[in-house]
Design a protein around this ligand. Sequence first.
Ligand SMILES: Cc1cc2nc3c(=O)[nH]c(=O)nc-3n(C[C@H](O)[C@H](O)[C@H](O)COP(=O)(O)OP(=O)(O)OC[C@H]3O[C@@H](n4cnc5c(N)ncnc54)[C@H](O)[C@@H]3O)c2cc1C
Length: 414
Amino acid sequence: MDTQTRIAVIGAGIVGCSCALWLQQKGFAVTLIDPEDPGSGTSSGNAGTIADYGCVPVNSPDLFKRLPALLTSKDSPLSLNFGYALSHPSWMIQFLRHCRTGKVNHTISQLGQLLAKTYEGLDPLLDMAEARDLMRQQGCMYVYRNQQEFIKANPSNLARRAQGNDYTELDRADIKQLEPELKLPFERGLLFPAASHTVNPQALCQRYFECFQRNQGEYIPQRAISIREDAGSVNIQLDGGGQLQVSRVVVAAGAFSKTIQGTATKSLPLDTERGYHIQFSNQQHLLTRPVCWNAAGFYATPMEQGMRFAGTVEIAGYGKKPNPGNIAFLTRKAHEMLELPDAPDQEWLGFRPTLPDSLPVIGYSGDSQNVLLAFGHQHIGLTLAGITGKLIAELVNDEPPSHDIVAFSPRRFL
Ligand SMILES: Cc1cc2nc3c(=O)[nH]c(=O)nc-3n(C[C@H](O)[C@H](O)[C@H](O)COP(=O)(O)OP(=O)(O)OC[C@H]3O[C@@H](n4cnc5c(N)ncnc54)[C@H](O)[C@@H]3O)c2cc1C
């Protein structure tokens, strides 16, 4: 393909911005379309971890057993809006089907292999965008209240190790030495010593966007309504009434990717796992590195502006207001973990884009060679954005992808 060919990327979250930079790196002229500020969606409020050890999905063989307790306990990181679940049963049923051992092992293996390429996709972008000052390499710690919590997590941890993510096991004294401000006695822990995190996910995305603009990238702050293929090119209808004619389009609109008509995504079971954060300004000195309280389903991450507690999973779709119960849960757990002011300064709700098998969609849409899909990165989109962008740029450049993407094909749901 002529490298002056124009490619449009719909969605300027971390995945869309990463695709845009990788496409520019291949020499393409790129137009980025998003009505919101780049990086201001789900990509702004996450826990900031480059979780290359994050191959274990929420789907798990023992979820059926644990589900009643998880859904009824007030002290649970998982919540479900029953009205929503009953009116949208298909995603839930498919998600539960993917809790079978064979399916979970497939997801772990495919995610593990893709995650092994995390820095192959991320490092060039950090250099291009001069964004290394937003990154820290202090490792990441998982903590467990007691031996019972630790033993429950053992199969997941062994699966991570089998995928090449080595860790050091910690006892109470090790944890205290590494993170002395933790209030609760955590009996056991893990340290992923090579893990890194960003201290400002939104600024990271904005840095990518500034680099994109320096490279003559075009930005259209409008919503893409629909696309239509037209004699080897793609016509994009914008909500401002205008149209854009490009050679190829990449749909990277996160959890909202299915709302764009004409992308052949209707049959894809994309839904959202809602997640929350609370943030306490100027308390970031309390930890050195992200600490994941595994059983409570969140990370405490020292960010540039404060201490952020990010996580929980709520199945309730897009339209419903934030659930005060999730914020209350995070606030209670944050106070159990660290000495903090009474109330957080910031509360946030984000929409993880999740397919029932917890694998992303990376590849051509349907029969088209001109429409590419890059979404569905669930809990690890910040981590996988770089390698996704690299693979998408290879496809657009008509190169064989440097990683086998068969498992991420949109066709797997046909
Ligand atoms: C609480 C929480 C903690 C998390 N922690 C981590 C973590 O530590 N590490 C990690 O790797 N991941 C983490 N994640 C997951 C990660 O944040 C997401 O997977 C990632 O942000 C998804 O990025 P995205 O670019 O696909 O979507 P988004 O960031 O949602 O971007 C999509 C963009 O598309 C735009 N858009 C939508 N519709 C249209 C349209 N029609 N036309 C044009 N533009 C459109 C939106 O405005 C938006 O800007 C976390 C998520 C949550 C909720």
